[in-house]
Each structure stands twice: as structure tokens, then as C-alpha cells.
Design a protein. Structure first.
Length: 190
């Protein structure tokens, strides 16, 4: 397994401690509390650090894979899946924490399912659909939104809300752009 694929797997593994810390699951482990009781008040910030590290591995694995010609079928499939799992896990946790409305998360996750289905149909036809700039902007704003919501800084609530609405708008725009540019893929689906 090459380095970009290891980074992708590492990103997926990081989802477990991220979710446990963000949702406070570690509070229920007596041994954890005994060993690390003093840091439990900082679990959101530790979870935020893990999320940022995981997000940075996404940038890093793609750059390494392209620069050193290490693109693999495993990476083509697992890299976007790892991204979706990380962001969706974060969004679902944030709904549980009361920091984002569920309907927004449903729209964002629905977009990911629609695009994944679209890509499956395209791949059956031998068509590879590359990510668009709208999709990259969408991902950037979603990651920024998640970071702001985890940090939950009172003085940044207006900024957090604005970023959330921009992320939602980019989610819809990127979906429409993606479907419109690739509508020929669906032309003869029966």
C-alpha cells in the first residue's frame, strides 16, 4: 500500500476517536477518566484537532498521489469515501450536539448520495467524472463550517452561521452543476 492510500486509511481510522471525543463517549470509560480526567473538558478541541489533521491528510494524499504518479483504483474509490465519511460523521455529531439543524445535514448528505449514484452510473458506462471547482469550494466551506461549529466560539456565531449558509448554497450549486454538466450520463438509463 502506497503513502497516499495509507493516509486515506489513516483518515478513516481517525473518524472513531473523533466521534468518541466529540460525542463524549470517552466520559463513560472509567479507565479513561482516571487516566485523562483533566483533559475531558477539552474534548471538543481535541476532536477539532483530529478533524483538522484528518482534513489535511485529504489534501496531502491527493497531492502526493498526483505528483509521484501513485494514483490507484483503491485511492480513486476510498479517498472520496473517506472524505464523505469524515464530513458526514462530523455533521451527524453536530446535529446530536444541537449545533446544526438536521434538515441542513440531510440536504448535504443527500447530495453526497446523489453524486455517488451518478458516479456509479457513469463508471458503468466507462465515464470518469472529475470533481469540479464548485465541489472543491463546497468541501472547503463544509470543512470550515464543521471546524467553526466544533469550536463553538460565541464571538464567531455570526461568522459560523454565514459559513453554514454558504456551505449549504455551494452544496446545492455543486449538485446542479455536476448533474447539468454530466446529464448525458443519464440520457439512456432504463
Amino acid at each position: 500500500m502506497n503513502l497516499p492510500n495509507k493516509l486515506t486509511v489513516f483518515r478513516m481510522i481517525l473518524i472513531v476517536p473523533f466521534v468518541l471525543l466529540l460525542l463524549g463517549g470517552v466520559h463513560h470509560w472509567g479507565w479513561f477518566t482516571a487516566l485523562f480526567g483533566g483533559i475531558l473538558e477539552y474534548t471538543d478541541y481535541i476532536a477539532l484537532a483530529i478533524f483538522i489533521i484528518a482534513s489535511l491528510t485529504d489534501l496531502l494524499d491527493g497531492k502526493i498521489a498526483r505528483k509521484y504518479n501513485l494514483v490507484t483504483n483503491f485511492g480513486k474509490f476510498m479517498d472520496p469515501l473517506a472524505d464523505k465519511l469524515l464530513v458526514c460523521a462530523a455533521l451527524i455529531c453536530l446535529v446530536e450536539m444541537g449545533r446544526i439543524p438536521a434538515w441542513i445535514v440531510i440536504l448535504i448528505i443527500s447530495r453526497e448520495f446523489i453524486i455517488s449514484g451518478f458516479r456509479l452510473i457513469a463508471s458503468d458506462k466507462g465515464v470518469v467524472i472529475a470533481a469540479s471547482y464548485w465541489g472543491k469550494f463546497k468541501t472547503t466551506f463544509q470543512i470550515l463550517m464543521v471546524c467553526l461549529m466544533i469550536a463553538n466560539i460565541n464571538k464567531l456565531q455570526l461568522v459560523t452561521t454565514v459559513v453554514m449558509w454558504i456551505a449549504l448554497a455551494l452544496t446545492v450549486i455543486s449538485l446542479v452543476d455536476y448533474v447539468w454538466k454530466n446529464k448525458s450520463v443519464m440520457a439512456d438509463v432504463k
